[in-house]
Design a protein around this ligand. Structure first.
Ligand code: SF4
Ligand code: SF4
Length: 112
C-alpha cells in the first residue's frame, strides 16, 4: 500500500504535505506533486495535511491511473522536502473538475 496524490493537487500545490513526510518521498512537477510508491512507508501523516484533500490511500477504488502517474513521474521529477509559496491562483483552482485533462503538465518542477 502507498498514498497517492490525485487530481486536486494540480495547480493547487500548497506543499504542506512535503513538510511532514518522514521519508521525503514527494517529487515536484511543474504544477503538482507526486509520491514515490517505493519510498512511501504508508504512515498516512500527509493525508490530513493536504488542504486540497488530494492525497488518498491507494486502497480507495478508482485510483489506478493515479497510482501509475505517481510512480511514473516520481522517477523523473526532482525531490522536494521543503515548502515554498503556493501559486497565487491556487485557491481559484481548488475543486475545479478534470484538471488532469485540462491542466496537467509533465514538465518537472524546481525541486529543493
Ligand atoms: S498539500 Fe496537497 S495540494 Fe498541496 S502539494 Fe501536497 S498534495 Fe498537492
Ligand atoms: S504516507 Fe507518510 S511516507 Fe507516504 S508520502 Fe505520506 S507522509 Fe510520506
Amino acid at each position: 500500500m502507498t498514498f497517492v496524490v490525485t487530481d486536486n493537487c494540480i495547480k493547487c500545490k500548497y506543499m504542506d504535505c512535503v513538510e511532514v513526510c518522514p521519508v521525503d518521498c514527494f517529487y515536484e512537477g511543474d504544477n503538482m506533486l507526486v509520491i514515490n510508491p517505493d519510498e512511501c512507508i504508508d504512515c498516512g501523516v500527509c493525508e490530513p495535511e493536504c488542504p486540497a484533500e488530494a492525497i488518498l490511500p491507494d486502497t480507495q477504488p478508482g485510483l489506478e491511473s493515479w497510482i501509475k502517474l505517481n510512480a511514473q513521474y516520481a522517477e523523473v521529477w526532482p525531490n522536494i522536502t521543503s515548502k515554498r509559496e503556493a501559486p497565487a491562483d491556487a485557491k481559484a483552482f481548488d475543486g475545479v473538475a478534470n484538471k488532469l485533462e485540462q491542466y496537467f503538465s509533465a514538465e518537472p518542477g524546481q525541486g529543493d
